[in-house]
Design a protein around this ligand. Sequence first.
Ligand code: GLC
Length: 436
Amino acid sequence: MLKPKWMFSFILIVALTMFLVVGCGDDAADEPDPDEDVVVTVAAGAVGMELELTRDLAEMYMAENEGVTVEVLDTPDMVEDRLGLYLQFFEAGSSEVDVFQIDVIWPGDLAEHFVDLNEYGAAEVAGDHFPAIVENNTVDGALVGIPWFTDAGLLYYRTDLLEKYDLDPPATWDDLEEAAQIIQDGERVENPDFWGFVWQGRAYEGLTCDALEWIASNDGGTIISPDGVITINNPNAIEIVDQAAGWVGTISPEGVTTMAEEESRAVWHAGNAAFMRNWPYAYATSQADDSAVKDLFDVSPLPAGRSGSGAATLGGWQLAVSRYSENPEVAADVALFMASREGQKYRAVEGTFNPTIMDLYEDEEVLEAAPFFGSLYDVFINAVARPSTVTAPQYSAVSELFYNAVYSVLLGETSAADAFEELELDLMDLTGFDAE
Ligand code: GLC
C-alpha cells in the first residue's frame, strides 16, 4: 500500500502525464499534415459564365500545384446579398473562405478583413494593372484586393433591327426612346413579348449604376462629389430620372423594376428586346450558340444627355485574401494566379470579362474574341466611379438611400424633385457632408 503522501504524488504524475499526452496530441492535430491537401476556398460570382470560368482557373491552378485543393463557392448574384453573406463570415472570424471576390465599391468598407497583398507578392505585379483600380484597392497603404476584371455599362443594340427600320445607333437618350418605340411597334405585330429597351430597374446596387449613368450623362454629377459634397439635388439629375421613369411601361416592360442584370439579359438573349444596358460579360453570352441574337447585335457607348457624351459606371471585381484564412500564403498565390495575365486572358477570351492588366487590350486573341475592348477602350478608362471612396465605410448605406429614392420615382410614387430633396437630407444625416 502506498502512503497517502506517495499516493498524492502518484496521482499528480499520472494527471500531468495525461495532460501532456492529450495536450501534445492536440498540438499535433494543429500542425498541417504533409499528406493532406491545403484547401483554399474562393467565394466567387456566378453571373453569366463567371462561375464556370472560375472553376476552370481552379482546375488549372491545381494541375500545377500538387497538394492544394481549390474549391469555388457559388455566391448570390445580387451585390447586397453577396455582401450580407461575406459579413457573416467576417463577423464570425471564419476561416471557411480564404479568397473573396470583392466589388470595386467595397475596398474602403471591408479593408479591415483582408491581408495586405503587397506582402504576398502583389507588389511585383501591381504595375501591370490600371493604376486607378490599384489605387481604389489601396487602403491606408495596404493592397486589399488584386484587380481581377473591370466593368463599364454599355448599350447593346440589334444591328438587324436598326437596319430593318433604317435607324442609326442612338447617340442620345431621346434618340434611344424614339428608336425603341419604332422598333417595338413594328416587332409587336409578330411578337407580343417584344420590348424596346431593357435595363436594371430593381431596387439594388445595379440601379445605382444605371441611374448614375443617366445622371452623369446629363451633367448631373455623381450623387456625392469626390471631395465630399452632396450634389444629387440638382435640376439635371432630376430631369433625367423623371425621363427614365417615363420608360417604365412604355419602351420598357413594367417588370423592368424587378430586373437585375440576368433578368434583363434573359429578355435580350431570347430576342425580345431592341436595346439593352448591361456590362461586357453579356457580349460572350449573347454570342453563345443558344442565343437568339448571335451575330445580330453590337455594343456602343451609352447614350448622351445634356453633357453631350454618354457615361458608363465603373464596375469590376477584385480578389482579396481573408485575414482569418489559415493559409494566407497559399490563398494569396491562388488569387494572384487567377488575376494573372494568364487568368485574365482566359476569362477575356472565353467570357468577355475586361482585363485590368493594361497590355491585354493589345493582345490579338483577346481583341478577336472581344473587338469592343479595342473600339470602346475610352469608355473603359473614362468610366465614372460611384462615390465609394469618399463615403467609406458607409458607401453601401449611401447607395441604398440613392437607389430607393430612384426606385420610388420609377414606380411613380413620387417625382424626382421630391425624392432628391428628401435624399439630400438623408445623405446629410448619414454622412455628415454638406449639400451643394
Ligand atoms: C457588376 C459590376 C459591379 C456592380 C454590380 C451591380 O457586377 O461589376 O461593380 O456593383 O454589377 O449589380
